[in-house]
Write a protein that binds this ligand. Structure first.
Ligand SMILES: *[C@@H]1O[C@H](CO)[C@@H](O)[C@H](O)[C@H]1NC(C)=O
Ligand SMILES: *[C@@H]1O[C@H](CO)[C@@H](O)[C@H](O)[C@H]1NC(C)=O
Ligand SMILES: *[C@@H]1O[C@H](CO)[C@@H](O)[C@H](O)[C@H]1NC(C)=O
Length: 339
């Protein structure tokens, strides 16, 4: 599994299992190998259990001009790899990689770094001027989620970069089937573009008969681009069915001189809201977490990734039935053979 999880696992192992270890001393020595076996499997079960209940993370990250040229900076690619490897789905925006070379480099790093396997799904290059064409790129773990549909929204007049909408299915989440609508808005018309996401919502929820829709990305939904007053003109604000998970006070920028919630995650409907782990939505300040100097953070982006965790479907048994069966039988074997 991911490295951060194995770290958590190691911490758990100390706290959870020390009583068992001390009782091991008291048990008779002939059963020592079996006991070790049992402990080993309880570790494994614990580990798998943690992985299953640790939730399903969805991220969005504006990585300015992520191109084959930018991807030659291997230190930058490594930092990006560490960020993406926390996510079951990560939507990159501002990718300028029509040949697919940069994403290929990122994927091969990701699949070397992380035990689970990632795939990508890219939109075509979108934009209003030939020198600034951008793609939306989804990176997702094939063992936890499947793409069940995708749709390029088309409207010459609404967005500079029309959302590339993808429908997912994951047995690891409570919600099951859901739709992601990304947006990297044009700053000069952010208010109108965010409002028009409502039209996208109507179209795709009808198309797929599914209102579990999440909007995510750099909306420029703060500071100079969207004022408090502007919210009256945005249906995603005025319609109470939409929940803004990344709230107005969150700072999604790296620059310490400003604090703006440019990047957002919004979901529609009570079912989706209830399927989300409370308080899990945040801008992930990885510079702090990974202890990186600001220059290395800025090498990737002047934005922070935003993320949210979906509750897992509590599939401890569904997750690894064989492993659990093995550890149970080891436990039974141990207790039956104990004097
Ligand atoms: C989810 O479960 C269904 C039914 O058990 C199965 O057909 C499907 O392949 C599973 N999906 C994934 C992504 O594992
Ligand atoms: C695209 O550019 C043209 C010309 O500059 C402009 O008229 C049009 O409104 C722009 N479209 C969008 C969605 O910004
Ligand atoms: C749409 O989904 C609902 C359940 O979410 C179902 O009851 C209904 O039959 C579906 N409609 C169509 C046209 O598939």
């Amino acid at each position: 599994m991911q490295r951060y999880q194995s770290l958590e696992f190691q911490q758990q192992r100390h706290t959870v299992n020390s009583p068992e270890q001390s009782s091991a001393m008291r048990w008779s020595s002939p059963h020592c190998p079996l006991l070790l076996f049992f402990l080993f499997f309880s570790f494994l079960t614990l580990f798998v259990g943690r992985a299953a209940v640790s939730g399903f993370r969805i991220c969005a990250y504006n990585v300015p001009q992520f191109s084959p040229k930018k991807a030659t900076n291997l230190r930058m690619v490594h930092t990006l790899t560490r960020v993406v490897s926390r996510c079951d789905i990560c939507v990159l925006q501002n990718v300028q990689d029509p040949s697919g070379k940069a994403i290929k480099t990122l994927l091969s790093n990701l699949n070397r770094y992380d035990e689970s396997f990632y795939q990508s799904l890219s939109s075509r290059s979108l934009g209003n001027s030939t020198d600034d064409m951008q793609q939306y790129v989804y990176l997702y773990r094939i063992h936890s989620v499947a793409v069940t549909g995708h749709y390029q929204y088309e409207s010459k007049q609404f967005f500079v970069r029309d959302p590339f909408v993808v429908k997912f299915q994951s047995n690891r989440t409570i919600i099951g089937d859901f739709i992601l609508v990304p947006l990297h808005s044009d700053p000069s018309q952010a208010v109108a573009e965010i409002d028009k996401l409502y039209n996208v919502f109507e179209e795709v929820s009808t198309k797929w008969n599914n209102t579990n829709v999440m909007f995510l990305g750099d909306f420029h939904a703060a500071c100079g681009y969207v004022s408090r007053n502007d919210r009256k003109k945005i249906r995603l604000y005025t319609d109470a069915g939409f929940s803004w998970l990344i709230r107005d006070r969150v700072d999604t920028t790296v620059n310490s001189k400003i604090s703006c919630a440019y990047d957002r995650i919004v979901v529609y409907g009570q079912p989706f809201l209830k399927a989300i782990k409370p308080f899990s939505a945040q801008a992930f300040n990885f510079g702090q977490d990974f202890k990186l100097p600001k220059a290395m953070v800025l090498e990737v982006s002047d934005h922070l990734p935003v993320e949210v965790t979906l509750k897992s479907s509590g599939t401890l048994f569904q997750a690894q039935p064989l492993l659990i069966l093995l550890s149970l039988s080891a436990a039974v074997h141990f207790f039956l053979s104990a004097p």
